[in-house]
Design a protein around this ligand. Structure first.
Ligand SMILES: [Zn+2]
Length: 229
């Protein structure tokens, strides 16, 4: 009787080990495989160099060959994460002249942070070991304009505007420069919110393994400028 109970416990234990291994091995294997060879500053330099190529019309379209695509099947090692706006004019991979597997991008109207976006970025920096997050606002952002117009908006658009209003609350802007100023204030607020996100991101920032910067994209020139390097 005693042996039977023991055997049952052993089987339950082994089953648990099996399920743990099946569920967690891919995550752990991916994490071990994904150490970034770049420091946060190197990643930022690489990103800005790509934008300079884009502005100067000297793009090289890196990492877009068939060979590179196949190399990525086993895993990804992006060097930068970007929180950008959904706006079609701010296509991040083009703006930074990067290819497959380079950038880990979360795009949402007004580049706001909700739980899903935060979770995505936490996965990027916590599991994939990305050393840089850039929050990228842009000129003439419809989401920011809608938020500061302060008129009722249909559906869930209102929830985006509300997030932006809360983020920029208390920032004073010159009325002539209001959309740009409010966009930069919104970027700043998201950077601060990320830096203070305690569970995954804040400890990485504190240890120097992760840098978070804010930036602003000029639609006309194509240039990205840092708002808080
Ligand atoms: Zn926008």
């Amino acid at each position: 009787m005693g042996t039977r109970i023991l055997n049952k416990e052993v089987i339950v234990f082994l089953r648990r080990c099996f399920f743990l291994a099946v569920f967690f091995f891919p995550v752990l294997a991916n994490a071990a495989n994904a150490e970034s060879p770049m420091s946060p500053d190197q990643a930022l330099q690489e990103l800005m160099a790509g934008n300079q190529r884009f502005v100067a019309e000297k793009v090289v379209h890196p990492n877009q060959t068939e060979l590179h695509r196949k190399d990525l099947v086993e895993g990804q090692k992006p060097f930068a994460a970007i929180l950008g706006c959904s706006d079609s004019r701010v296509a991040t991979d083009l703006v930074f002249d990067r290819g497959l597997g380079d950038l880990f991008v979360a795009r949402v109207a007004g580049n706001i942070l909700d739980d899903a976006v935060l979770g995505s970025l936490e996965y990027g920096v916590g599991v994939l070991k990305i050393p840089l997050i850039m929050v990228l606002g842009h000129e003439s952002c419809g989401a920011v304009k809608a938020a500061i117009a302060d008129k009722p908006l249909p559906g869930k658009i209102e929830s985006i505007a509300k997030e932006i209003r809360q983020a920029i609350h208390g920032d004073t802007c010159d009325p002539k420069d209001q959309p740009t100023c409010a966009t930069k204030a919104n970027v700043h607020a998201m950077v601060e919110r990320l830096k203070n996100s305690q569970e995954v991101i804040a400890p990485l920032v504190k240890s120097g393994k992760l840098k978070i910067v804010g930036a602003f994209y000029d639609l006309e020139t194509g240039k990205v400028e840092l708002t808080n390097p």
